[in-house]
Design a protein around this ligand. Structure first.
Ligand code: GLN
Ligand code: ZN
Length: 759
């Protein structure tokens, strides 16, 4: 019998029930018991959704984040979380969000949040110091096992984060060595495994995704130590990785005392046979064959061609699963009542992916004929997608094929074009600007949504947006900002706004995935070749420029960010899709230039997050992303000034790539790290202009003039005054006007002080 199992189910619920329950509880509108009832109902429903699976995950559900849950299980919440009283749930939410519903006053500092490997899910970073100790708190897991058993779930498979990955994900607050804690951690894991076995778990899924990253000697040794130690407990261990291949870590596995290994074959197809050859004939091999990160139907027939011989070789040792937890895909495609039926037929969300696994099992155990109808329908859908004229646009393909490296080059080097730009826009020393968006007021949102619903006319909508642009221009002139923006009132989201106007994109109603806590995102779907039927932003920027003598900066989202924040095609390399987007945005750049916009900003906040998990693969990614950006941006005349913007810090290790973009100006987030970023400039001479953000827009605080002068003076130690801009960290759309005006007034004042002092 082929075993099918799941690594994790999306916890938010098909209708985002968890989000609404969390938010109601945080606002104090419901009780903890009511929140727990919703959570239990979701778990029960999700277990029922997994009927027919040989092993069903337990412990994958969480009220906020599964890494935070693991911290609770290991007794490792920060001490401050218990200040202010309450119970474990209060401490849990205080760590997650800085406050529990009990806290009327200030609450405590929330735990740091960061991206879960290369996904857009964010976890709460475990905190350690030299004195960290652990204490088992298995209640949540034990109760959920009982809950599942009471529902009649055949085989529960608890899911936990492994000890090495748990340490790897965390941060030491006193710079002590996290790995030194392994010794203290392992006894707690042993206890936990024993408890899980006693509760009836034959298998435990231990996630060790750090094994797909580049690990040094000490971390590799930690893996060996940990599993030799945990092997002495009773439940069988399925060591689970995902998102990439093992690479050099593969050779750790052959004598690792675990009972099975899970491999993500979507991202590590090349290692299937290596793994089979490596492992002793007693071990289970779980292949993640259905993509847990994307929303396309699996090609079942083609997959069976690969799996049938493997099944013949491995027999019952073959397990099948999604490549990763289904946390990263939406719940149920059947809900999409208004999606184009042709495209809908190409898609699979979590429930449909589980069904694919059921079909695969049957085909392997009872022959393909036993599921002929399902396999035929799948083949027909895949054929339709492959051949659809909506997917393939020969003109786009010809155009991308004809792209040359030279198309990414400016006409002159920075040193030659800078003086022309400075003359064209009368650029003063320490010029001031903002990152693009201004506060999105209730009126703006209402006008946008009324227009979408058809409740107001296009003329009315345009009038509303223009009124906002006029207001933004007036405010910026009064503040005496040098390079203005139109405010981005027309944009609900920096990717969606462009996706809606590009061919090759489709929008869903229900493709929600959890980003963090109660926050969900609905990435648009790139299904076909990308092209731009007509200009997307020109009328807004042109209007804004017509209102002022000062230079107006036009705003675009860059190709890499558009790519990284969408569900992408799986039938061509990401680099190809990215280049198609780059050409579409290039056309927009050139149209803006033609319309008289002399300054154009192309945002790439998501450039860094797309980096591969293994450092040795970084350069290849940076090569095609930098090329795409250059093709998009660099077709303009010398006197047109190209800006780019990046946030979320930590650019030090990709400085060369950022410089290679050859943007004239980069505005970058730094103020939260107190200009730490600028350390990178000690050994890297950034050649063009840079605006290190001096105003942290993530908080309503109004920074003082002195603090901003101070930050700029730090920057002056690394970068000559002729190449420095003064600007906030990021866009201001989440802020309110009063604090925004006050902060920008101080920012302009700071620039004027600097101008006087350094003229
Ligand atoms: N131009 C965008 C804005 O100001 C940039 C947003 C971002 O960097 N995430 O909102
Ligand atoms: Zn930003």
């Amino acid at each position: 019998m082929t075993v099918i199992h799941n690594l994790g189910f999306p916890r938010i619920g098909a209708k985002r029930e968890l989000k609404f329950a969390q938010e109601a509880y945080w606002k104090g509108e419901t009780t903890a018991a009511e929140l727990q009832d919703v959570a239990k109902a979701l778990r029960d429903r999700h277990w029922q959704n997994q009927a027919g699976f040989d092993f069903v995950p337990v412990g994958d559900f969480t009220l906020y984040d599964h890494v935070l849950d693991m911290s609770v299980t290991l007794g490792n919440l920060p001490k401050r979380a218990y200040e202010g009283g309450g119970d474990e749930l209060d401490a849990f939410f205080r760590t997650a969000r800085g406050r529990s519903p009990l806290d009327k006053g200030a609450g405590v500092a929330a735990g740091e949040m960061t991206k879960w490997f290369n996904s857009n899910y964010h976890y709460i970073v475990p905190e350690f110091d030299a004195n960290t100790s652990f204490k088992l708190n298995p209640q949540r897991l034990l109760e959920q096992i009982k809950e599942a058993q009471a529902l009649g779930v055949k085989s529960v498979k608890p899911v936990i984060i492994g000890p090495v990955t748990y340490l790897w994900l965390g941060k030491s607050k006193d710079d002590s060595d996290r790995l030194a804690l392994l010794e203290r951690l392992l006894p707690v894991y042993k206890q936990l495994l024993n408890e899980l076995a006693q509760a009836g778990a034959e298998w435990v899924q231990i996630d060790e995704p750090c094994l797909v990253t580049t690990l040094d000697k000490d971390w590799r040794q930690a893996v060996k130590t940990a599993y030799h130690e945990l092997n002495r407990t009773t439940p069988k261990i399925l060591l689970t990785t995902y998102f990439s291949d093992f690479g050099d870590n593969l050779n750790l596995l052959h004598d690792l005392p675990v009972d099975g290994i899970h491999l993500d074959t979507i991202n590590a197809a090349g290692e299937i046979h290596k793994l089979i050859d490596l492992l002793p004939a007693t071990k289970v091999i779980s292949l993640g064959v259905v993509d847990g990160r994307n929303i396309w139907k699996t090609d079942l027939n083609r997959l069976l061609d690969t799996l049938e011989p493997i099944r013949a070789r491995l027999g019952d040792r073959l397990w099948l699963a999604p490549s990763s937890s289904l946390l990263h895909v939406p719940v149920d495609l059947d809900q999409e009542d208004s999606l184009d039926p042709e495209i809908k037929n190409w898609l699979a969300y979590a429930l449909q992916k589980l069904e694919e696994l059921r079909v695969l099992k049957k085909a392997l155990d009872s022959g393909r004929d036993s599921v002929k109808a399902e396999l035929d329908a799948n083949a027909a859908a895949l054929k339709a997608r492959r051949e659809s004229t909506r997917v393939h646009n020969p003109a786009v393909k010809a155009r991308t094929a004809a792209v040359t490296k030279e198309m990414g080059d400016r006409k002159s080097p920075y040193a030659a074009r800078a003086p022309k730009q400075h003359a064209a826009i009368k650029q003063p020393l320490f010029p001031t600007t903002t990152i693009g968006s201004f506060p999105q007021t209730a009126e703006i949102r209402k006008s946008r949504s009324d227009y979408k619903k058809g409740a107001i006319s296009e003329a009315q909508y345009i009038a509303d947006m223009q009124a906002d642009i006029r207001e933004c221009v007036k405010i910026q002139e009064e503040l005496d900002i040098d390079v203005l923006v139109h405010g981005e009132a027309e944009r609900n989201d920096m990717v969606e706004y462009f996706g809606e106007q590009l061919d090759g994109y489709v929008f869903t109603r229900f493709a929600w995935v959890q980003s963090y806590g109660s926050r969900c995102v609905k990435p648009p779907v790139i299904f076909g070749d990308i092209s731009r039927p007509k200009a997307m932003t020109v009328k807004w920027s042109e209007y804004a420029q017509s209102l002022t003598q000062r230079p107006m900066k036009a705003m675009l989202t860059g190709p890499v960010t558009i790519l990284n924040w969408s569900f992408v095609r799986d039938d061509q390399p990401r680099a190809d899709t990215c280049l198609q987007i780059a050409l579409a945005i290039r056309d927009e750049v050139l149209d803006l230039e033609k319309a008289g916009l002399g300054v154009i900003q192309i945002d790439e906040p998501a450039l860094r997050e797309g980096l591969p998990l293994k450092k040795e693969q970084w350069q290849a990614y940076l090569d095609w992303t930098v090329h795409a950006f250059r093709v998009c941006a660099n077709g303009v005349e010398d006197q047109t000034q190209i800006h780019t913007h990046m946030c979320y810090s930590e650019f030090n290790d990709i400085m060369q790539a950022i410089a290679d973009l050859d943007a004239d100006v980069i505005t970058i987030e730094t103020s939260r790290s107190d200009m730490e970023l600028l350390k990178a400039f000690d050994d890297f001479n950034y050649p063009n202009e840079i605006g290190p953000g001096v105003y942290d827009i993530h908080s309503p605080n109004v920074p003082s003039v002195e603090s901003m002068v101070d930050l700029m003076e730090k920057a002056l130690k690394q970068i000559p005054k002729e190449r420095l801009w003064v600007n906030p960290d990021c866009g201001l759309k989440t802020r309110a006007w009063p604090e925004t005006k006050a902060a920008l007034a101080n920012m302009v004042e700071a620039a004027k002080i600097l101008r006087k002092k350094y003229a």
